[in-house]
Design a protein around this ligand. Structure first.
Ligand SMILES: *[C@@H]1O[C@H](CO)[C@@H](O)[C@H](O)[C@H]1NC(C)=O
Length: 330
């Protein structure tokens, strides 16, 4: 793609965002997108395309990336991350020890202009798959617990994260688990194929989100209970500042439909542990002003959630602990 094409598509994208109708409401209507029988753990919910969008696509415990084909068909296979994966031994598995063989994708990000799907897999790191799906190609490996990914719509750079250098996803459910501060925030440059570590010493993973104008990336720290802003452009480029503190276990951050705003999935009371976990979605501005809080506590009672994705005025909520994606509308 030429720079002119890239610029045109970026401008179209910005124009779309500015004109799209944003419904602000309390999201009190609830429905479920059920996974196939026996399948669990839909951590993500990504859509492909802008207006006639397809999806959601999701990442599940048995290592697959599934695509929602509407209520009559449900979810179907789209892609997978592990070259060792077989459908026979992996489909429907909930055994965490099969993760290193079956894969455990946790986050998705579509590149708008190419339809490429970038994937963060706990064990297999950063991968990419083409519009037809199938086995994804590994771009960066050697990760203990990769958690989040987001592609910069303008430059094509890919920002991703890992939770730790010492523990993996299986350790987080062991009794007495204590997170450390060895998580990282990284960049993959698709032109040079180089990976750079931009921040290290982070307290837990989550999913970073690049701003629509490409000037900064928001970086959550799940066990650190905070969100930082890493500047990509302007006088503060390559520096980081604290944006939101003590908010309660932020997992993935996603751009909201309204330009310059974001949604974050919070599991308040997970670390340090409270008697009850309160799952909620928080919409906030690029300056860290909280604009809206939506509780998912009834439908995701006492559960951690991973993602809140806004799409066409609805909120799609993903969790490692359910067999459905929650859909909240007005
Ligand atoms: C919430 O979950 C935790 C951990 O699984 C459990 O110890 C606690 O009793 C639960 N609280 C309620 C009110 O169900």
């Amino acid at each position: 793609m030429t720079t002119a094409q890239m610029l045109t598509s970026s401008l179209l994208y910005v124009a779309f965002l500015c004109t799209s109708v944003v419904v602000s409401g309390q999201f009190t209507r609830f429905s479920k997108l059920e996974l196939p029988p026996g399948v669990t753990g839909p951590e993500s919910a990504a859509f492909r395309g802008l207006i006639l969008s397809e999806g959601p696509f999701t990442t599940v415990t048995d290592g697959r990336i599934l695509k929602w084909q509407g209520p009559n068909i449900g979810f179907v296979d789209f892609a997978y991350t592990s070259p060792k994966r077989t459908k026979q031994s992996c489909d429907g598995t909930t055994d965490p020890n099969k993760g290193p063989i079956c894969g455990r994708p946790l986050a998705l990000s579509f590149q708008l202009t190419t339809g490429l799907l970038y994937i963060a897999d706990a064990y297999f790191g950063l991968l990419v798959v083409g519009p037809n799906g199938g086995l994804a190609t590994q771009l960066a490996g050697g990760f203990k617990f990769a958690t989040g990914v987001d592609v910069d719509l303008i430059t094509g750079n890919v920002y991703f994260s890992d939770a730790s250098l010492t523990y993996d996803i299986r350790d987080t459910t062991l009794p007495g688990f204590k997170p450390d501060s060895t998580g990282r925030f990284l960049r993959y440059n698709p032109h040079t194929r180089q990976v750079s570590v931009l921040l290290s010493g982070l307290s837990g993973g989550g999913g970073p989100a690049v701003s629509s104008d490409g000037t900064f990336v928001l970086v959550p720290e799940f066990s650190g209970n905070r969100i930082s802003k890493y500047w990509l452009a302007g006088p503060k480029a390559n520096t980081v500042e604290l944006l939101l503190n003590n908010i309660g276990n932020p997992n993935k951050i996603k751009r909201a439909q309204r330009f310059g705003e974001f949604w974050v999935a919070l599991s308040v009371g997970f670390i340090p542990r409270a008697p009850l976990i309160t799952p909620q979605g928080v919409r906030f501005s690029s300056n860290g002003v909280v604009l809206q809080t939506v509780s998912f506590a009834t439908e995701f009672f006492n559960k951690t959630i991973s993602l809140v994705q806004e799409q066409n005025g609805k909120l799609y909520v993903g969790s490692r602990l359910t067999n459905f994606i929650g859909v909240y509308s007005n």
